[in-house]
Write a protein that binds this ligand. Structure first.
Ligand SMILES: *Cc1c(COP(=O)(O)O)cnc(C)c1O
Length: 386
């Protein structure tokens, strides 16, 4: 149910830019607006700024008031412009504007649901799987998703600056020849300066057995201005893969399309990760619009995550049954490329476990009975031993 009754105005790109700048005490200037550092310096963080930007609901107002000391609130001016001022169910607004439900701690909520601290081998390096590691490089993001799985770390000063940790991280990589894949995440590693990122990637690339480097980033969605030709040159030089994060087709603006084009034109393989969120993307039409939109931008949907049981996120989570139903509504109904793998990052550090709708009806005596996407049953016979 909508919490306000005001009519929803159509969102016209650029129409609210002047208003956003006014809230920031700035005059709109296209050159500054398109400068990612200006965007970062002018993020909306204070309740009174959101009071001017949006017609807040009582729940949002209380959510904003209580967020001090918890997961920070920050919204880039670019993103602020996209938030629907009247509709609290706007999928972007629901992701970045806190609600009072964040104070609800359900008994199954966890501070570190994926058990990353347990598998941490040196500060900010998680080694769980045999051949790959997760490097938490930075604790800053362009904007803070309310369902963040690393809310224990981000914007809290919990993660020491990389400069003081990098030698130990590189030493660990050098001492572990089984590590062939390094996933750099955070926070958001694309918020490093070009020079810092170049240095970090250079240090990782100098380890001879590292074959693959990937970066996880929400920056193309929340701060597309960051995807400059200079940054793209750094990413290209180190032959990285990018795992982007998108939740809803409303994030796929002209600016985002340009940023993705720049990356794809440079030959950088682009994947996308999506968290399943109640009221934000938990329907087949919403997911189809998102995944089709991503494929148009040459971004391959990689994972759909069941939302981790992070403290204060129960209002944004939905059931596993719902997730399975959504995957069943995609598989076969649309391009295989538009169907990501649905996974649960098993609480307690079990890692990513894929879930699939039931397609094997039975398998006995070399006879598999299959259920296809339309519900029809088919039989496959195993080869007879010769
Ligand atoms: C997700 C993750 C990876 C990468 O997993 P893939 O399935 O290869 O994408 C590696 N390490 C940790 C700790 C992770 O959470």
């Amino acid at each position: 149910m909508k919490e306000t009754t005001a009519p929803v105005e159509p969102l016209i790109a650029g129409a609210r830019r002047h208003e956003v700048c006014q809230i920031l005490g700035e005059t709109y200037d296209p050159a500054r607006w398109n400068d990612w550092r200006w965007q970062m310096r002018h993020r909306l963080t204070k309740p009174d700024q959101f009071e001017q930007l949006l017609r807040l609901t009582p729940s949002e107002r209380r959510g904003l008031a209580m967020c001090h000391g918890k997961l920070a609130v920050a919204v880039t001016p670019y993103l602020a412009e996209l938030l629907d001022p009247y509709d609290p169910s706007c999928p972007l607004r629901m992701q970045v504007v806190p609600r009072e439900e964040e104070a609800i701690v359900s008994p199954t909520d966890m501070v570190d649901p994926c058990g990353e601290e347990h598998d941490s081998v040196v500060p900010g390096l998680v080694h769980r799987y045999p051949d790959r590691v997760l490097l938490l490089a930075i604790d800053t993001c362009a904007a803070y998703c309310r369902y963040c799985t690393r809310s224990r770390l981000v914007a809290h000063g919990e993660l020491d600056p990389l400069a003081g940790r990098l030698d130990a991280i590189v030493a660990y990589l050098q001492a572990h020849p089984e590590v062939r894949d390094v996933l750099v995440s955070g926070g958001d590693p694309l918020l490093f300066s070009d020079e810092k990122l170049d240095e970090l990637l250079g240090r990782i690339r100098a380890v001879p057995h590292v074959e693959m480097v990937r970066l996880g980033s929400r920056v193309p969605a929340f701060l597309p201005q960051r995807i400059t030709p200079e940054l793209v040159a750094v990413l290209r030089r180190h032959r990285v893969w990018l795992s982007l994060h998108f939740s809803n087709a409303a994030e796929l603006t002209e600016d985002v399309a340009e940023a993705c084009d720049r990356l794809a034109d440079a030959g950088i393989p682009l994947g996308s990760q999506t968290v399943l969120l109640r009221g934000i993307n938990d329907s087949v039409p919403e997911l189809k619009a998102l995944f089709h939109g991503l494929l148009k931008l040459r971004v391959r949907p990689y994972y759909l995550y069941q939302c981790d049981p992070v403290v204060g996120t129960s209002h944004l989570r939905t059931t596993v049954a719902k997730g399975l139903e959504l995957i069943a509504g995609l598989r076969g109904h649309t391009s295989g490329y538009a169907v990501p793998t649905y996974v649960i990052d098993a609480p307690g550090g079990g890692g990513k476990v894929p879930l699939h709708p039931q397609t094997t009806v039975s398998y006995e005596h070399g006879t598999v009975t299959l259920r296809n996407w339309e519900g029809g049953e088919y039989t496959y016979l195993d080869p007879v031993a010769v």
